[in-house]
Design a protein around this ligand. Sequence first.
Ligand SMILES: *Cc1c(COP(=O)(O)O)cnc(C)c1O
Length: 388
Amino acid sequence: MIYFDNAATRRVPDDILKKIIPYFIEEYGNASAIYDLGRNAKRAIESSREMVAKAINADPSEIYFTSSGTESDNWAIKGIASANKKKGKHIIVSAIEHHAILEPCKYLQKNGFDISYIPVDRSGIVNVKDVEKLLQKDTILISVMFANNEIGTIQPIAQIADLAKKNGIYFHTDAVQAVGHVDIDVKKLGVDLLTISGHKLGGPKGVGALYIKKGVKIDSLLHGGAQEMGRRASTENTPGIVGLGLAVQNSVKNMKKNNEYVKKLRDMAIEGILSKISDCFVNGDLVNRLPANVNVCFKYIEGESILLHLNHAGICASSGSACTSASLEPSHVLLAIGVKPEDAHGSLRLSFSEDNTVEEVEYLLDVLPKIVSKLRAMSPLYNSFKKK
Ligand SMILES: *Cc1c(COP(=O)(O)O)cnc(C)c1O
């Protein structure tokens, strides 16, 4: 099996797994308990908090553990909306956000908030001038993702954060795909809130973190016990938090080396695909791009069919985001960058990790052209295009 879907989720490395297991079976105490077993769990959690804080240059007291990237995004959007609604009810987000941002915005819209969507250019980049045009007197929050999960585009976060700051508006960024691939310094960037997810970087699923800058006015989503400095109730997921901390620490420590490695695989895949297959194009920016992301549209065929054939050949890939591919709607990200709906259906995303090899990419470049030819031979669209 060849796994080229590392942007959807990742394998937990053996060394991280080994360090998580004791928190299920030996150090299983409730972190709120005062006996040693509880205090050991508490200590592990605080050590993870320090690791995450250090990785993004935050203070540990600004890191809150959650159940996922989705929860962190929901907390940022709904929590800021709720705590600042007297000041204003206008929120600005980019058109290519993950559903974990777009859906909470839709929910708020139903409840009296006003949401504006920033357009992006053909490569998926937000222009700060377009954000500026959308500012209103009652704007309370701007949220723009650090790097896009489908097309890998990296945004000018510092510039957008600066605009927000100058206008007294909070700025949140979903950095789920960026952590471990891009240098992140929340102080230098000037962001107020930042989302992290464990399983996108080699930590376990079901754990995330939200950076909330000191002083930011935000309401809680979960009310109950006094965990997470009284702002996020629920018994701490000690094994998950330990895994998240180690995953963040590892990915930041090995960032340069890993980036160089996956970039080689990425460029090899892109060059190979473009040279061996006709009528296809790369989505996203070639420079401001996650080093492990490939996204290509193959005209006249369906991405889902490509995936099924790749699966048959032992290769796991994606046709966009995991959530989009289950719904068969064309990706909102591809539509936002101006890809025609019929072309958006033919998209394929490959996302690499340091576990992948050059041989695996060579194998892909051997089987993919054959799959595309076979599907096109059966495609009425392709046949009518050929006749023309
Ligand atoms: C995966 C992902 C999320 C959601 O994270 P979960 O931990 O799976 O809930 C949010 N934003 C982006 C950009 C993602 O890629």
